[in-house]
Design a protein around this ligand. Structure first.
Ligand code: ATP
Ligand code: MG
Length: 389
């Protein structure tokens, strides 16, 4: 019996008339990940069937674990859509899945309604062949064997691996992700991608040469996150222009000025990259720069949508996700983040008028433009990162 992999779409069902656009995006996300495996994808109404050489099955499943827009996936056996073939297939598939002697629920669901048998006929036929079944049919069992007849082929499977859910990569547009070396922003990037955003990373570093930032944990962090995307661009921008401009300002205002400056740079980069939103890892009240007032001040530097996926998360909740997506261990590695240079006790409720005045007086608008010009972009993808500028 030939083995295939079934991929069931997630929320795409909610998309009405635009469904096909989302399905196309999902298909291309999967195809790009499977190039090396010589797989073929066949699209059905609510799922893809992936035909791949047997030795590639594990690789295909590994790749699918990083694709957004999938509700579940799993290996299946293929037989002809005829009752006698289905019965033989169920016997063989259940033996291979180690279900011999166990109680198993049979679930049958026709994708193609014009077949000359119904779903209930499949269950009936299997129950009639009870004596030759290796398992004990039991409608209350948690173990399931699923039978899904389509027009010509029927898929029989016992495996149902939960996918990442969410929307296909890039189906919601493009966003700048402000990424620091910390725990929070990589998690924010994950959630942004989960809702279908293609991401472009922006990191502001304190070094003379961007390569010092690139050859730090930042590379590992972005590479880890790039597993969810179809290639990623990351900009590394220096902080020295900002640092030189803010000399002489009150230390308690430095952090809010820096956050405003970052938002200003992100807005300009968003324009250049055609991004409709800016994503940050901020969480309300987590630190003094993330109070309602301070967040509002930095928000005023862009009219674009600011997405803060973690705004209502507790730190422990963020850590759980960071560990799950494997960024935590990288995030906790030592790194000289720009924020470390600024006062540990910023004003919790900065004066917005004063900050705006200082921003203009110190020429931070021009500093943002000049900083953007000094930026270097790096492509991350399947191949090792390469410098594009
Ligand atoms: P994180 O764990 O993501 O570093 P944090 O709790 O340390 O977050 P802050 O340092 O206040 O909080 O940063 C808040 C957000 O600002 C970050 O989540 C990130 O989106 C952005 N940010 C901070 N530092 C930088 C930086 N050097 N370059 C780009 N973005 C940054
Ligand atoms: Mg930080």
């Amino acid at each position: 019996m030939e083995k295939v992999i079934i991929v069931r779409f997630g929320e795409l069902w909610l998309k009405g008339g635009n469904r096909y656009i989302f399905i196309r995006k999902l298909r291309s996300s999967i195809e790009r990940k499977l190039i090396a495996t010589k797989s073929r994808i066949s699209a059905k109404r609510d799922r893809f069937i992936i035909y791949t050489p047997e030795k590639e099955i594990a690789n295909v499943k590994d790749a699918l674990a990083y694709v957004f827009g999938i509700s579940w996936y799993g290996e299946a056996y293929v037989v002809k859509s005829e009752l006698r073939h289905i019965v033989k297939g169920v016997i063989s598939a259940s033996k291979k899945a180690g279900l011999t002697g166990k109680s198993v629920r049979i679930e049958a669901h026709r994708s193609f309604k014009e077949l000359d048998f119904k779903s209930s006929d499949i269950v009936g036929e299997l129950l009639r062949s009870k004596d030759s079944l290796p398992f004990i049919p039991d409608s209350s069992s948690d173990r399931v064997i699923m039978v899904n007849p389509d027009k010509d082929e029927t898929y029989i499977h016992t495996e149902k691996i939960k996918g990442l859910g969410g929307m296909p990569f890039g189906s919601s547009g493009k966003a700048i992700v402000l990424i620091s070396g910390g725990i929070d922003s990589p998690v924010a990037a994950f959630y942004a991608m989960k809702r279908g955003l293609e991401v472009v990373y922006l990191h502001i570093h304190p070094f003379k040469d961007y390569r010092t930032a690139l050859n730090s944990k930042m590379k590992e962090l972005i590479a880890e996150l790039s597993r969810y995307s179809n290639g990623t661009k990351a900009y590394f921008l220096p902080s020295y222009i900002f640092e030189s401009k803010i000399l002489g300002t009150e230390p308690k205002n430095e952090m809010v000025l820096f956050k405003s400056f970052m938002m200003g740079v992100a807005d300009m980069l968003a324009e250049k990259e055609g991004c409709g939103a800016i994503v940050t890892g901020e969480s309300l009240a987590q630190v003094s720069s993330q109070t309602l007032t301070n967040l509002s001040i930095s928000s005023s530097k862009t009219s674009r949508l600011i997405i803060r996926p973690l705004i209502c998360f507790d730190k422990e909740e963020i850590v759980v996700v960071a560990k799950r997506i494997m960024t935590y261990d990288i995030s906790v590695l030592k790194y000289r983040d720009v924020c470390a240079f600024h006062s540990k006790n910023p004003a919790t409720s900065a004066n917005s008028k004063l900050i705006e005045k200082t921003y203009l007086q110190k020429g931070l608008e021009e500093a943002a433009k000049a900083t953007l010009k000094k930026g270097k972009s790096v492509l991350f993808g399947k191949v090792p990162p390469e410098n594009t500028v």
